[in-house]
Design a protein around this ligand. Structure first.
Ligand code: PEP
Length: 255
C-alpha cells in the first residue's frame, strides 16, 4: 500500500524570513491533521536551514526537501550543492529534473539520472520530475515521450526501498498556467509510468514507487486526481506558497 504524498515546491519564492514564517504557519495548520500522508516542503536552498529548524522545534508533521543537487561529493563546482550538504541541514527529499531546470538551465536526462544515483547513495529521496510540452501533447506523443524520460532517468538505479524513490508527472503546459490536466489525462500517463517501472524494476518495486501529479493542482481539484489508481499524491507549486491552501490539500489527501 503506497502512502500518499503532498510535496510543496516553493521555487524561487520566499526570503529566509518569509520562509520561516510560512513554515511556522504550516506547522500550526497541519498539527494533528496529516493522517497517513507524507508532507514535504521544498524551499529555496538558502531557506533550508531556517525551515528545518522550525520543523524540528515545532515537531511539525512535514519533511524538508531541496529543489536541486549536484552529484559530486565536494570540490570546485561554484554555485552547486552536494548531497551531504543537504543531509547536514536536515533534508530528506530532493526534487530533480523539474521542467524549469530542464528548460532554463539545460538539465538533461543524463544529469537527472546522475543526481538520482547520488541522492540514493546518500539516503535522500529523489522526487524525479517528468512531463511533456504542449507541442508533444498536441502531437499525441505524450505517453511515448514520458516513458522515454522514465527509462533514461531510471537507468541503472538500484532501488532497495521503493518508498524512497518518487516520480512526479508534471505536464509542462499545466505548470503555473491554471490549466490542469484532467484526472483521466493524469491517470493515462501515470499508468504508463507504472507499467514502465514494472519493466525496469519488476512488479514488486514498481508497486511501491509513488507517482505524484503536478500542474496547477489546488484544493478544489486535488481530490479528483487522488481517486486515480496510479496517482499517489501531488507536487504543488503556486498553491504551496500559502499555508491555508497547502494545508487544505494535505487534509484532503488525508481524508
Ligand atoms: C511545479 O512547478 O512543480 C508545479 C506543480 O507548479 P504549479 O502547481 O504552480 O502548477
Amino acid at each position: 500500500m503506497r502512502k500518499r504524498m503532498i510535496a510543496g515546491n516553493w521555487k524561487m519564492n520566499k526570503t529566509y524570513t518569509e520562509g520561516v514564517v510560512l513554515a511556522q504557519e504550516l506547522a500550526d495548520e497541519l498539527a494533528g491533521k496529516t493522517g497517513d500522508v507524507d508532507v514535504v516542503v521544498c524551499p529555496p536552498a538558502v531557506d533550508l536551514k531556517g525551515v528545518g529548524t522550525v520543523i524540528e522545534q515545532k515537531s511539525a508533521p512535514m519533511a524538508l526537501g531541496a529543489q536541486n543537487v549536484y552529484w559530486e561529493e565536494s570540490g570546485a563546482y561554484t554555485g552547486e550543492t552536494a548531497p551531504d550538504m543537504l543531509t547536514n541541514v536536515g533534508c530528506s527529499y530532493c526534487i530533480i529534473g523539474h521542467s524549469e531546470r530542464r528548460d532554463y538551465f539545460g538539465e538533461t536526462d543524463e544529469d537527472v539520472n546522475k543526481k538520482a544515483k547520488a541522492l540514493l547513495a546518500h539516503d535522500i529521496v529523489p522526487i524525479s520530475c517528468c512531463g511533456e510540452s504542449l507541442e508533444v501533447r498536441e502531437a499525441g506523443k505524450h505517453v511515448e515521450f514520458v516513458v522515454d524520460q522514465i527509462r533514461k532517468d531510471t537507468e541503472g538505479l538500484e532501488i532497495s526501498d521503493p518508498s524512497r524513490y518518487v516520480i512526479a508527472y508534471e505536464p509542462i503546459w499545466a505548470i503555473g498556467t491554471g490549466k490542469t490536466a484532467t484526472a483521466d489525462d493524469a491517470q493515462e500517463v501515470c499508468g504508463a509510468i507504472r507499467a514502465t517501472l514494472v519493466d525496469v524494476f519488476g512488479e514488486e518495486t514498481a508497486a511501491g514507487i509513488r507517482i505524484l501529479y503536478g500542474g496547477s493542482a489546488k484544493p478544489d481539484n486535488i481530490a479528483g486526481f487522488l481517486e486515480k489508481e496510479d496517482v499517489d499524491g501531488a507536487l504543488v507549486g503556486g498553491a504551496s506558497l500559502k499555508a491555508d491552501s497547502f494545508a487544505a490539500m494535505v487534509i484532503s489527501a488525508a481524508e
